[in-house]
Design a protein around this ligand. Structure first.
Ligand code: SF4
Length: 279
C-alpha cells in the first residue's frame, strides 16, 4: 500500500500518495515527504521597476530582478498569470537555475543596470518556498535585498522561516472575509497571519486588494480590509486596484474608476497610505 504524505506548506494540507502532485501542481510527494517539484524551475525572469510589484514606499525608482516559476494554491477566477500559475511542469516552458546562479545574475545586473536583488513573484512563490529561502540567503550573502509578492496563503511555519530573509513584501488581501476566500480557494485567517508575521519581523509590508465588481466593492468590504491592516499598522500601504476581465471572468466589466476613488477614500479613513491602481 502506498503511504500518504501530508503537505504542510499551505492550509490545504494536501494528502498525497508517493509521486502525486499537490493541488498547486508545484509540490510532489517523494519518499514519504512533500517536496517542491518546481525547485529551480524558472518560467519568467525580468528586471522590473519595484513599483510594478506593486511596492510604492520601498526603494522607489529602483529596479528588481523578478523571478517566477509555476503553480499556485489558489484558483482565483480572475487570475492574471494563469499561463504559469494554473499550470504544472508539463504545461509550461522553464529553465533550471540554482539559487547561487540566480543571485550571481542579480549581482551582475546590479552592476550593469541597477538592481535591488531578487523579487519572487509572477506565480505563487510560497508553493515553492524552499527555493525562495535558498535564493534569499544567497541574495543577502551578496548584500542585496529580497522582495516577496504573494497571496499570503501559507502555513505559519513557512512564513516564520522566510520572514527574516524578506526585506519587502506585497501581500494580496483579496477580500474581507472567509466567504470571499471560499470563492478563490484560500484561507482568510492565514493571509492575515502572514501579514502580521512579516510586519512583526521588520519586513516592509504593502497590501493589494483587486476590486471585483459585485464581489468586494462595497464600502463595508474595503473598510473591513483597511480595519484589519490598521490593526497591524495604519502605515501599511494599501493598493486598491481596478479589475479588468481575465481568465474565467471575461463577462464581468472592468471596475468603474469612480468606484476605485470612492473605495480609496473609504480606506483612507483608517490607513495613512492608500493608492489607486490600474487606473
Ligand atoms: S502548497 Fe500545494 S501541495 Fe502543499 S498543501 Fe498547498 S496546494 Fe497542497
Amino acid at each position: 500500500m502506498n503511504a500518504e504524505s501530508v503537505c504542510g506548506a499551505c492550509p490545504r494540507h494536501c494528502r498525497l500518495a508517493d509521486g502525486a502532485l499537490g493541488f498547486c501542481r508545484a509540490r510532489r510527494a517523494e519518499g514519504g515527504r512533500v517536496v517542491a517539484a518546481n525547485y529551480g524551475h524558472v518560467t519568467s525572469l525580468a528586471l522590473d521597476p519595484i513599483e510594478k510589484k506593486p511596492i510604492a514606499f520601498f526603494h522607489s525608482g529602483e529596479n528588481v530582478l523578478s523571478v517566477g516559476s509555476y503553480g499556485c494554491n489558489l484558483r482565483c477566477p480572475f487570475c492574471q498569470n494563469d499561463g504559469i500559475s494554473q499550470r504544472g511542469a508539463d504545461g509550461v516552458a522553464y529553465q533550471c537555475a540554482t539559487p547561487s546562479e540566480l543571485a550571481d545574475l542579480a549581482l551582475r545586473v546590479r552592476r550593469e543596470r541597477g538592481n535591488l536583488g531578487l523579487a519572487y513573484t509572477y506565480n505563487e512563490p510560497l508553493v515553492g518556498w524552499e527555493f525562495v529561502r535558498d535564493c534569499a540567503r544567497e541574495v543577502h550573502a551578496r548584500g542585496m535585498l529580497n522582495v516577496l509578492v504573494s497571496n499570503g496563503c501559507a502555513e505559519a511555519a513557512v512564513v516564520e522561516e522566510l520572514a527574516p530573509l524578506v526585506d519587502a513584501a506585497n501581500i494580496d488581501l483579496k477580500g474581507p472575509s472567509q466567504a470571499y476566500y471560499d470563492w478563490v480557494g484560500g484561507e482568510f485567517a492565514a493571509v492575515c497571519r502572514t501579514i502580521r508575521t512579516l510586519h512583526a519581523a521588520g519586513c516592509h509590508v504593502e497590501a493589494t486588494t483587486l476590486v471585483v465588481p459585485g464581489r468586494n466593492d462595497t464600502d463595508g468590504d474595503i473598510d473591513a480590509i483597511a480595519s484589519f491592516l490598521a490593526s497591524v499598522s495604519s502605515d501599511i500601504p494599501l493598493h486598491v486596484t481596478r479589475f479588468f476581465p481575465r481568465f474565467h471572468l471575461l463577462d464581468v466589466p472592468p471596475t468603474p474608476v469612480a468606484a476605485i476613488h470612492r473605495l480609496v477614500a473609504v480606506a483612507r479613513r483608517r490607513l495613512n497610505r492608500v493608492l489607486p491602481g490600474n487606473i
